[in-house]
Structures are given as structure tokens and as C-alpha cells.
Design a protein around this ligand. Structure first.
Ligand code: GLU
Length: 267
């Protein structure tokens, strides 16, 4: 099964730009398509953990707030409103395909405290044993500072992959992967299929790709790749706008950019 050959447990990170329209409202059609593919993956015997953004954007849209929140309090309030909206949709669509979701909201201090980290590990393991699909986000409503904030869901997803001892991290973004130069300014830019080593050269070619509704640019994704690959977990950057491309991976094909793990590798 190609990249999935040895993958019993995968973490899938999906960004705000994939989950929402330009209006900020949830893109229900795309969420449903993503949920269908992930349900199929689960049906094929793979344990799936979903790290989902979109709470702040959904909250802003629901309240008709009309702009990106500026103050921490505004952002925290919007996240609280949007997170339940997001989970309502995941619960509805995953239920339609026969699966049970479980919400886990994380703050960074959980992972730096051994007892709390171990509690989180146990919860993930128990949920996965019970065949649930954990849906994870940062607990934006209570995280305010360096100690509690992850600095975006790219990093959160990498740390979740470590906590869950995942075999693979899939980062679904609004770009096809990492290009050898900026595809927005250079029409000859080529998609890099495989990155063996995340060195300075790779960082130098990563531009500031990303949209204004999510927080993660390419550098954040490379930082996430650095975290997981150095602990033996490979990572893909893929375009989440067509969630069905995940079937290509499941069927043994290749899409996006693959970052090889530095300790062990699945292919
Ligand atoms: N936790 C944020 C949200 O749900 C997203 C952060 C990110 O996309 O990196 O809106």
C-alpha cells in the first residue's frame, strides 16, 4: 500500500482555508467530502486522528463579525462559538458514515507537563481503541501566551503526531506541496515530490505561502515537518481542496510533497 504500507495510525491536519469559504462560513461540501475519505480510510483499518482548524473563522462568520478578530478576547470568544459549530458538522457527517468523533482541545502546557501529557496519551489511545476519531484543535479560548499557545495548528498537529506515536502526518493545505520556487511569481516552479533532508536550502526556497484566513505559511509547515521527521514520523504536504487525492495515497500512488523521516521511513 505504498506510503500507507506500515501506517496503522495517521494524523491528518486540515487548515481553515480548506474548511471554509472566502466568507468564513464552513464549506460544507468540502467538509463532507473530507469526512467521507477519512471514514473510508478508517474503514480500511487505519486509525485516524483529525487536527482541524476553522474555529475562529466559523465563529466570526456565525456572528457576522465582519473582520478578523484583533484582540485576544475577541479571538477567544470567536473560537468558542466556532468550535462548537465545527464539531456539530463533524459529528453530523462522521455519524452519517458510521463513525464517532471525540473532541480534544489542547494547550501547549499540557505537553510540557509529564503527568498531563501522559493523561493525553492515554485518552488518545483509549479513544482510538474504541474506534473513535479524535478531532483536535488548540483550546484557543483559554490559550493566551507563550506557555499555552502552540503558534498554529501546523505545530499542534506535529506534536499530536508525537503524542499519538502516529506512523504518518498528512498536512492538508491550500497548496499542492513544496515548490522549488514561489509558484505565484514563477510559472516554471516545480513541485518537489520528496524531501530527504530538511536543511537550510529547503527553508530558503519556502516562501510565505498561505492565505489570510489561516495562520500557517510554508515555514510553519516545514517546522512541523522538522518536529515529526526527527522523531521518525514522515509527513506529507498535500492540497486539501480535493480531499479525494488521499485515495491516490491509499492506493499506493504519490501526491504532494513527502518529507522523509530521519530515523525510520515508511517507503
Ligand atoms: N486554532 C485556530 C482555529 O481553529 C486555527 C489555527 C491555525 O489554523 O493554525 O481557528
Amino acid at each position: 500500500m505504498g506510503y500507507f504500507r506500515d501506517s496503522r495510525r495517521i494524523v491528518v491536519k486540515v487548515g481553515t482555508s480548506t474548511l471554509t469559504h472566502n466568507t468564513g462560513h464552513l464549506n460544507l461540501r468540502r467538509i463532507e467530502r473530507l469526512v467521507k475519505v477519512l471514514s473510508d480510510m478508517k474503514n480500511s483499518g487505519i486509525q485516524v486522528v483529525l487536527v482541524s482548524s476553522g474555529a475562529v473563522s466559523a465563529g466570526v462568520a456565525k456572528m457576522g463579525f465582519g473582520r478578523i478578530p484583533v484582540t485576544p478576547e475577541e479571538k477567544q470568544a470567536m473560537a468558542a462559538i466556532g468550535q462548537s459549530e465545527l464539531m456539530k458538522m463533524y459529528d453530523k457527517f462522521f455519524s452519517d458514515y458510521g463513525h464517532t468523533v471525540a473532541q480534544i482541545l489542547m494547550t501547549k502546557d499540557v505537553l510540557s507537563n509529564p503527568a498531563r501529557r501522559s493523561a493525553a496519551e492515554n485518552t488518545f489511545n483509549r479513544l482510538l481503541e474504541m474506534n473513535c476519531i479524535p478531532v483536535v484543535n488548540e483550546n484557543d479560548s483559554v490559550s493566551t501566551d507563550e506557555l499555552t499557545k502552540f503558534g498554529g495548528n501546523d505545530i499542534l498537529s506535529a506534536l499530536v503526531a508525537q503524542v499519538c506515536e502516529a506512523d504518518l502526518l498528512l498536512n492538508l493545505s491550500d497548496v499542492d506541496g513544496l515548490y522549488d520556487s514561489d509558484p505565484r511569481s514563477n510559472p516554471d516552479a516545480r513541485l518537489m515530490e520528496r524531501v530527504e533532508e530538511l536543511n537550510e536550502e529547503i527553508y530558503a526556497i519556502a516562501g510565505g505561502a498561505g492565505t489570510d484566513r489561516g495562520t500557517g505559511g510554508m515555514i510553519a509547515k516545514l517546522n512541523a515537518a522538522k518536529i515529526v521527521t526527527s522523531s521518525g514520523i514522515p509527513m506529507f504536504i498535500l492540497n486539501g481542496h480535493e480531499p479525494e487525492i488521499l485515495y491516490t495515497l491509499l492506493d499506493g500512488g504519490h501526491v504532494g510533497t513527502y518529507f522523509c523521516a530521519s530515523k525510520k521511513d515508511v517507503k
